[in-house]
Write a protein that binds this ligand. Structure first.
Ligand code: SAH
Ligand code: DHB
Ligand code: MG
Length: 219
């Protein structure tokens, strides 16, 4: 028998996640458009949805949209009048995501094209209202910079989630030349020493292999 993780994820999905043609279409549409298969897994998407509901999020910021799969899970958690903004550097990815969001009937989710560093700087400069939940899932080398921006766009109680902080254990390599691994390691160090944050991390195994999230709340 191979790794049982994917089969266990399938079991969880069968029991806990009803068949969802909208989400399945979003993945199929993304694959057909040639996007990489980097969306969060269904159980991880549901976790994002539950976290957003548990903290009563009305304003959600996502960094890294891809085809909008995680975006749909998050936007579905919003109450009437809630808003989601997702930042994506690739116009092609954003176009696919907008299609998927339109099909999902989520007009309150906006995709903004541009380098997230620039978009975040602009949001801070505009003085937008703080976000209630921030999901960081773009280039991993920029983790510390995204954390700084997320903090600038937060209030006390804001939840900050970062994806892909394990990468099959690659994060253990202190000498890694991989900018993404270095970014995750720097992010973990920053999160632990940042007095405005209370943070933990969870390792995940499942249909996306061995990876993990950091979870934090702004003090
Ligand atoms: N959150 C998505 C997956 C995102 S994959 C989901 O789970 O469904 C990472 C995305 O980040 C890719 O679409 C990539 O184009 C985008 N990205 C990479 N660097 C970026 C940057 N500097 N600014 C904004 N988006 C970036
Ligand atoms: C990969 C997975 C992700 O969740 C992501 O955000 C980026 C890349 C990957 O499997 O390479
Ligand atoms: Mg990810």
């Amino acid at each position: 028998m191979g790794e049982p993780w994917s089969a266990v994820d399938a079991l969880f999905e069968r029991h806990l996640l009803p068949t969802d043609p909208v989400l399945e279409a979003a993945l199929a549409n993304s694959a057909a458009a040639g996007l990489p298969p980097h969306a969060v897994s269904p159980t991880q998407g549901k976790l994002l949805n539950l976290l957003a509901r548990m903290c009563g999020a009305r304003r959600i910021l996502e960094i890294g949209t891809l085809g909008g799969y995680s975006t749909i899970w998050l936007a579905r958690a919003l109450p009437e009048g809630g808003e989601l903004l997702s930042l994506e550097i690739s116009a092609e990815h954003a176009a696919v995501a907008r299609q998927n969001l339109a099909r999902a009937g989520l007009p309150n989710a906006e995709v903004r094209v541009g380098d997230a560093h620039e978009s975040l700087r602009a949001l801070v400069a505009e003085g937008v209202a703080p976000f209630d939940l921030v999901f960081v899932d773009a280039d991993k080398k920029s983790g510390p910079a995204y954390l700084d921006h997320a903090l600038a766009l937060s209030r006390r109680g804001t939840v900050i989630v970062v994806d892909n902080v394990v990468r099959g254990g690659a994060v253990l390599d202190e000498e890694s030349a991989d900018a993404n691994v270095r970014g995750v390691r720097a992010l973990l160090a920053r999160m632990g020493s940042e007095p405005r944050l209370s943070a933990t991390a969870i390792q995940t195994v499942g249909s996306k292999g061995y990876d993990g999230f950091t979870l934090a709340v702004v003090e």
